[in-house]
Design a protein around this ligand. Structure first.
Ligand code: FMN
Length: 302
């Protein structure tokens, strides 16, 4: 049997499949469920200092090849989230990654410092959600902003590895990843959703109440592969959680070939009955057929 184990900044995973943030990760039970289904690590829904309601309905649509959502980062606030993370850390049996977001570098540092008390294995900074800021205003759209947030958190939280989650809709994602690494990021998560829109021609209006949303699912995979490959070229040694549109073992292998150390699974949980168990099995089958014994052997050479 091929060895599917991997490591992210010293955190060991039995297999490389990581539940993506916001996907069935709203509470401890759902994180534990993903772990039981075979995830190698699980990421919680992004939380902020204060509770947040999110956008009006409809907030999501699903088509055979893509999903579009503008949930608007609804969450119960960090104090309630601490309890969920504590419970998941105790019971999931796999590393728990806590995702946080905020509107300023100071608030990012404050929310990260609070969530750290729940002792997640990794803290992930969601600086790339397309649904909360005006266009082009994500922290991840500017290397300077991304560096400011990363530095502010690293000054406050030293004991837990920090992964910065980047957006695909930037001219040079590799340069932003490199800037984050220089500022102290221990890893990169790539990618978040891609800003998009769908229109109901008969109703003559945008389908989502927010008009714009984030594209995920199979249609995102080629974009995500290019982004992960660019981050790997810019940062040859940084741990990368690569994801976006992965729905099969071969897709996971593509992501590992592009340079990822672990592979996030998001929308696939709606496309497949038992996404983690099945994708893990397919990846192992692919490796066996192709004569790969360990994950690092899969990576493309150039
Ligand atoms: C309904 C929904 C909610 C999401 N919420 C978050 C979130 O709170 N924080 C975050 O960093 N990403 C969030 N994402 C983005 C996913 O974590 C992932 O980066 C994206 O969906 C691409 O991966 P996929 O194609 O495998 O779904 C969300 C995605 C979806 C579909």
């Amino acid at each position: 049997m091929p060895d599917l184990s991997t490591a992210l900044a010293g955190v060991k995973l039995d297999n490389p499949l990581v539940l993506a943030s916001g996907i069935r990760g709203n509470n401890a039970q759902l994180l534990i469920r993903a772990a039981k289904e075979g995830a190698g690590a699980v990421t919680s829904k992004s939380c902020s200092l204060q509770a947040r309601e999110g956008h009006a309905n409809p907030t999501a649509i699903a088509a055979p090849t893509y999903m579009l959502n503008a949930i608007g980062l609804s969450n119960p606030g960090v104090e309630a989230e601490i309890e969920e993370i504590r419970e998941a850390v105790k019971k999931a049996g796999v590393p728990v990654i806590a995702s946080v977001f905020a509107g300023s570098a100071e608030d990012f540092a404050a929310v990260a410092a609070r969530i750290a008390v729940a002792k997640p294995a990794i803290i992930e900074l969601d600086i790339s959600c397309p649904n909360v800021h005006k266009e082009g205003e994500m922290f991840s759209s500017s290397a300077d902003w991304a560096v400011g947030v990363t530095k502010a958190i690293k000054q406050k939280v030293r004991s837990i590895p920090l992964f910065v989650k980047l957006a695909p809709n930037v001219p040079d994602i590799g340069a932003i990843a490199k800037a984050c690494q220089t500022a102290g990021a221990d890893g990169i998560t790539a990618i978040n959703t891609m800003p998009a829109m769908w229109i109901d021609v008969r109703a003559k209006r945008a389908v989502l109440a927010n008009q714009y949303g984030g594209l995920s699912g199979p249609a995102l995979l080629p974009v995500a592969l290019r982004c992960v490959h660019s981050v790997r070229k810019a940062c040859p040694s940084i741990p990368i959680i690569g994801g976006g549109g992965v729905t099969s073992g071969e897709d996971a292998a593509r992501m590992l070939m592009a340079g990822a150390n672990a592979v996030s699974i998001g929308s696939a949980v709606w496309y497949r009955q038992n996404a983690f168990g099945e994708i893990r099995q397919e990846l192992a089958g692919f490796m066996k057929e192709e004569g790969f014994h360990k994950l690092p052997e899969i990576r493309l050479e150039g």
